[in-house]
Ligand binder design. Sequence first.
Ligand SMILES: [Zn+2]
Length: 429
Amino acid sequence: MKGLNEGLKKKLSRHIDDEKEDIIQLCSELVKIPSENPPGDMGDIALFVKGWLEARGLRVETYEPERGRVSLISKIGEVDKPALILNGHMDVVPAGDPKRWDFPPYCGEVKGGKVLGRGATDMKGGLTSIIAAFTTVFQVVKALPGRVILNAVPDEETGGEHGSGWCVKIGKVQGDACLIGEPSGIRHSFIGEKGICWLRLNSEGVPAHGSLPMFGENAIEKLVKALPIAQRMRREEVETPREIASVIEASQDFYREMMRGKGVTDEAKIEDAARAINHNTVNIGVIRGGVKTNIVPESCTANIDIRVPAGVTPEKVKMHIEEMLKEAGLADIKCEFIDRSNPNYTSPTEEIFTVLDNNVREVVGVNVKPLFMTGATDGRFFRLKGIPAINYGPGEISLAHAYNEYVLTDDLIRATKVVAGTIVDFIYH
Ligand SMILES: [Zn+2]
């Protein structure tokens, strides 16, 4: 099959070169549609993507389980197996303060080898690459002996439950592997991510007049004592699963480099960022309590965002915090999950990764480096369902959610070639 694949891939690569301007234009058009989330209404951008695909002869299914949360699914191929899913989110984070941009955030201008604007990196560049690769395979390959499923989703920036989560859960999207176009840079691939352990701590007290606080019980003061206990999770030692030890180490180097690239010079901070890959991090995100200065508060709540590395589960973290609260005489503080997911990864020995690696070598000239990330992506929905999933897309992770976001047009085209080649090698293996 090898020879056949090579010929086919050359054809695809030439086709992508011929369509280069159209592909860059597609990215620009996507950036021009401000699909901010929140609020998260994908009506306009979904309509555009659907129209773009249909104009090229593709059939597109539309689903809207919640108002404005539109998912698109398009399928090509002759048989159901092997099936490769290409997934990308259409939503972007809000542009923030327009004065802090050097250009209008939704200009989508193509200038100096870049497409400029909010979402260019995260992830309209990657969305462009998977759409263009999918369409190229559809146009060039007749009678594809497998299935490719393009899945454009909403809601990723606010948790993904109504986008990828929904598509995977109800079985609208099924396959043997999944490639997500999230920005990894064209030399890296994110194969795993930390888990989520979002907790709500709640303390109850007894209200009293503020001038005689001894007759009450102060819920805020009680909760404040619990916070350092939650923060202790930062120091917890973690045993990393052996099969990804080298991935974790490489990821730490990657995060160190990224911090330096962002202009951070404080070595302690840089080490903290590297440490975050294989340790818990704790962020006290919200605190609410009390109603009036002169009333002893009756209740207080804190929302805490703990990210757990491979080797730890959110359940274990919660249990440990509850034990420590008990030891500290704070057993009546309630601790409950707001959200949780296990840390998850796809082994670099999985076929989807080795196939990607071959294609990055062919197109970019280097071996793709597998990395672990601190943030959660839609990858978890697939992995937790047993579908190997990796992130590969143009754009640099340090530009995601940042001002003056852009994607390099060269990377856009190269990523498109890598994805097209990966489709072919995966289907014809
Ligand atoms: Zn993203």
